[in-house]
Unconditional design. Sequence first.
Length: 546
Amino acid sequence: MTTQWWRGAVVYQIYIRSFADGSGDGVGDIAGLRARLPYLQRLGVDAIWINPWYPSPLEDGGYDVAGYRDVDPVLGTLAEAEQLIAEAHAGGLRVILDIVPNHTSKAHPWFRSALDAKPGSAERDFYLFRDGRGRDGELPPNNWTSVFGGPAWTRVPDGQWYLHLFAPGQPDLNWAEPRVRAEFEAILRFWFDRGMDGFRIDVANMMVKDPALPDLTGKVAAPGHHPYEDRDELHDIYRRWRQIADSYSEPRVFVAEAWVDDQDRLALYLRPDELHTAFNFDFLTVPWDAAQARASIDRTRHALSAVGAPATWVLSNHDVARHLSRFGRPPHPQGRGIRYVQLSQLAQCPLDIELGTRRSRAAVLLLLALPGSAYLYQGEELGLWEVEDLPDDALRDPTWTQSGHLDRGRDGCRVPLPWSGDAAPFGFGPPGSTPWLPQPPEWKKLTAARQEDDPGSMLQLYRDATELRHALPALGDGTMRWLDTPDEVLAFERGDGFGCAVNFDADPWPLPDGATVLLASGPLDDGLLPRDTAVWLCGGRTAGNG
Ligand code: GLC
């Protein structure tokens, strides 16, 4: 029988350049990750997802891939990657890797040959090269802009332009070209043959473009007909990928990174013959607010029940401000509510770390109690906050330059982890090494070593929660039933007598009669659940407590 482990897995995201540095060059690597596998086992996660580790000029943190069948020498070797997979499996962990099919790096051999070849050549057909508009073709072929800011087109010396929906160093591939499709199918097999358990698909909703590359009009396109987002033709690609994943004796899995606002449209990617799961960004973008959280949970369950796919729950990743900082100040409308982009905005609204920490503790109990699988972003288990005061010259995210220095970008959630000790590099690398982004001195209070034996630490809460999650059959995949509560309290039951309650912003709420507290995110007040606190319960008459 094949396991459907992915339906209820807790997956830990490894931003490898910032996880652990085994070589001492300031950059996290496979050696560092292998040395920390025991930590991940103790944390109780079921799988890891590793951000791109392929050779890359690093114009977008490795999402500019120069070769898909290798590992960047700064991070290790293919042999080490295979060892890592074997060791993770031996320790009971599955491994998921990022695949980046929307674009390559401009250093990829295909793009280099395309530049060397003539307009109209077969080599250029791997990408989206077009003549410009205007009298001498001096204007971009259309009005699309890059996700990072600025035009989505760059001109090459012979006068043609190429499309890049992200950085200029990330030319978009032409998915109408059969050789592109065949190549990615071969890349999937390459890693699956090496034991990789699955892929996170980067920008899974933008690979296919309207062949006419029309201007954006500002009008809302009919579903499936936007010039480059969420087009219906994408589904053929994923049906094919699913067949490849299913051809292995232990089927491989996919998780889509698809920022598709309409949950019913997102569910289409998760039909039984397509992808297994998708990140739930609807939930990620919810601020600390009971009504909005409940509405998002219901939208998710409703949309996914139509296709039979499990939900995923996620609070943070390498593209958004760490949730401790989001929950520790009022939500900001810009950056999809997930990122304050300018220092002036931050200055007006100081972070309350204690509040953010309290809410983060409650949030993870909610996350891990909801039905489906859950994603944790490295460092959230240590209670790390977004580093908002990185010096300008340390910033590496292309968002910073492409936005004309208006948006400080995503480096603040990518700062290397603090493992031990009282000063940088905090055990991230050997003593004397300099992490590629500076770590705040205050993180000495948050090192993994410091939290190891502290029963009240964030790390211990995460470990307690994953341990219970494994022990209780009610958790993971399955269903849930809301309980009747005041508006600012969310409570639900699962299985036979498991309950989770979160008080977002109400007066202390009386726990159900006779319920036993299995785990609490903070101190309870004589049988009352204070605000910004969550509990896991069993037994008792959980239903009907108003
Ligand atoms: C995804 C990645 C992000 C990257 C972008 C372009 O959104 O998560 O980090 O910049 O794709 O590849």
